[in-house]
Ligand binder design. Structure first.
Ligand code: F6P
Length: 549
């Protein structure tokens, strides 16, 4: 039975109708304990749901949904390593990657820990050599620049974390990330690099992704051209690979010792905890990387053990379901008030939309409700001066996640308080708005003439009632960042369970890849465009006339 047919779902529909008129202003004024009831602290991380449009009854009913969807059972299957990625017949064990205790991964039926620990040891040895200047390039120079070539999960995870933790970055190593097949991305970077002191990481689970492989081949040619006769010796000194297709990396020219293994039970968007996190280990050291894993593991333990009514990923997921399926929100915004978290919105876009952006359930049946909303976002300070107008007065329901750190990682006198003031002001303004009476009183106090009052007043009113969650980390350090990212991962998992989705496949990305494969020969003039649709044929002709394919 699908979730929407359950009494729990129907009760939520009725509850929404009964509470449709409730405004956050009323919810707060009628409950002085609202903040303490709806905010939670875990190891110093604060998550405040009090500005969400929920009351105690909403939470109780949402918790009923978890029973209807058998969340407990699915959570147990996730951690047991059952093949819950049914369409690909794979287990989902990224949580084992951050298991830091000795022995087997608790309750899992397959013992992956020896392999996981072996790769961690390989990462430690390699990153210490590179960071210590002991890994030398073909001319004997130490490595100064590291270029991660990857895309999707093989780019966004490590890039988000490396940029987030830039305060802890090794001063002698510059980290770069190349994902785009547009040559502008790689060409500009190569122009600035010295091949003698550059290390490339080719990160691709499949080692077949077109963008990554093309960039990797171009980088290899660049290196080999610089190394000249030394090219065969240079290649393994300047390239390593992270992949589950070891043999393909060997065909690329790398010895097995240069290959960091990953496994089919790690999805791309869940892979930063694996050797895909090698740029993180290089940037902040393996100890820092393991602190990141430990933070994620703390969230895993919390997700595993905390009762659902106090379980952060569960509550976050359920409130998201409420916003999407009962309040009708079609998007959700991620707004970090922290410059180092600038890639977090992109990371979460892949995590959420590639996982749950689906209309078919794991049983192959159409879903009976809308699933994931459209996730978007931007650094909050910048967004305020760009699109926040729409959030305040655009008439759309846009639930927001406001994320900040209590301390700055690059402090300058006088900056943190205004940052925090804006961070708090925006969620309050969105929640409570400004009534017509308040706006009128303000205009009167400003002695606005009566004839202008009527025309100005409508522009000065803010409807409010825009829901948001506030997350405050003590500081952006590896441990708390690990907790934050794992919080979102488990939220996505819980929502997938509620909607009846397999969150770990991504068939929706295949059609475009297939078509690109068919169009490539036509664009290069090696095949005619017969059989293609009219628009695509005409566009190919246009590009051929004006372009340089
Ligand atoms: O096309 C989507 C996707 O498969 C993502 O799921 C994945 O993270 C990305 O491409 C990169 O894949 P790979 O690591 O195999 O190159």
């Amino acid at each position: 039975m699908l979730t929407t047919n359950t009494p729990a779902w129907r009760a939520l529909v009725e509850h929404q109708k009964a509470t449709a008129q409730a405004h956050l202003r009323d919810l707060f004024s009628s409950d002085p304990e609202r903040f303490s009831r709806l905010s939670f602290e875990l190891e110093g991380m604060l998550v405040d749901f009090s500005k969400q449009r929920v009351d105690q009854r909403t939470i109780e009913l949402l918790l009923e949904l978890t029973k209807a969807a058998d969340l407990e059972g699915w959570r147990a299957r996730l951690f047991a390593g059952d093949k819950i990625n049914v369409s690909e017949d794979r287990a989902v064990l990224h949580t084992a990657l951050r298991y830091m205790k000795p022995g087997v991964f608790p309750s899992s039926t397959c013992n992956v820990m020896p392999e996981v620990r072996a790769v961690r040891a390989q990462m430690r040895e390699f990153s210490e050599k590179v960071r210590g200047g002991l890994w030398r390039g073909f001319s004997g120079e130490a490595i100064r620049d590291v270029v991660n070539i990857g895309i999707g999960g093989s780019d966004l995870g490590p890039k988000t974390v490396v940029r987030a933790l830039s305060a802890y970055q090794h001063q002698g190593l510059k980290m770069h990330f190349v994902s785009n097949v547009d040559s502008a991305h790689l060409a500009k970077l190569l122009n600035s690099l010295n091949p003698r002191s550059t290390l490339f990481i080719v990160a691709s689970k499949t080692f077949t992704t077109q963008e990554t492989m093309l960039n990797a081949h171009t980088a290899r040619e660049w290196l080999c051209a610089a190394a000249g006769d030394d090219a065969p010796r240079a290649l393994p000194l300047h390239f390593v690979a992270v992949t589950s297709a070891t043999e393909k990396a060997q065909v690329f020219g790398l010895p097995a010792s240069n290959v960091f293994r990953m496994w089919d039970w790690v999805g791309g968007r869940y892979s930063l905890w694996s050797a895909v996190g090698l740029p993180i280990a290089l940037a902040i050291g393996m100890n820092g990387f393991e602190r990141l894993l430990a933070g994620a593991q703390a969230m895993d333990n919390h997700f595993r053990e905390a009762p659902f009514e106090r379980n952060l990923p569960v509550l976050m997921a359920l409130i998201g379901v409420w916003n999407t399926n009962f309040l009708g929100a079609s998007t959700s915004a991620v707004l970090p008030y922290h410059e180092s978290l600038r890639f977090l919105p992109s990371f979460l876009q892949q995590l959420e939309m590639e996982s749950n952006g689906k209309t078919v359930g794991r049983d192959g049946q159409p879903l009976s409700c809308q699933a994931n909303p459209i996730v978007w976002g931007e650094i909050g300070s910048n967004g305020q001066h760009a699109f926040f107008q729409l959030l305040h007065q655009g008439g759309w329901l846009v639930p927001c996640d406001f994320i900040a750190s209590a301390q700055s990682d690059f402090p300058l006198p006088g900056h943190q308080a205004p940052l925090m003031a804006n961070f708090l002001a925006q969620s309050a303004a969105l929640a409570f708005g400004k009534t017509e009476a308040e706006a009128r009183a303000e205009l009167e106090a400003a002695r606005v003439p009566a004839d202008q009052m009527a025309s100005l007043l409508p522009h000065k009113v803010f409807a409010g009632n825009q829901p948001s969650t506030t997350i405050i980390l003590p500081r952006i350090v590896p441990y708390y960042l690990g907790m934050l990212l794992a919080l979102y991962e488990h939220k996505v998992f819980v929502q997938g369970v509620i909607w009846g989705i397999n969150s770990f496949d991504q068939w929706g990305v295949e059609l475009g890849k297939q078509l690109a494969g068919r169009l490539l020969p036509a664009l290069k003039g090696e095949a005619d465009s017969e059989g293609l649709d009219q628009s695509t044929r005409a566009l190919i002709a246009w590009i051929q006339e004006y372009g340089d394919c």
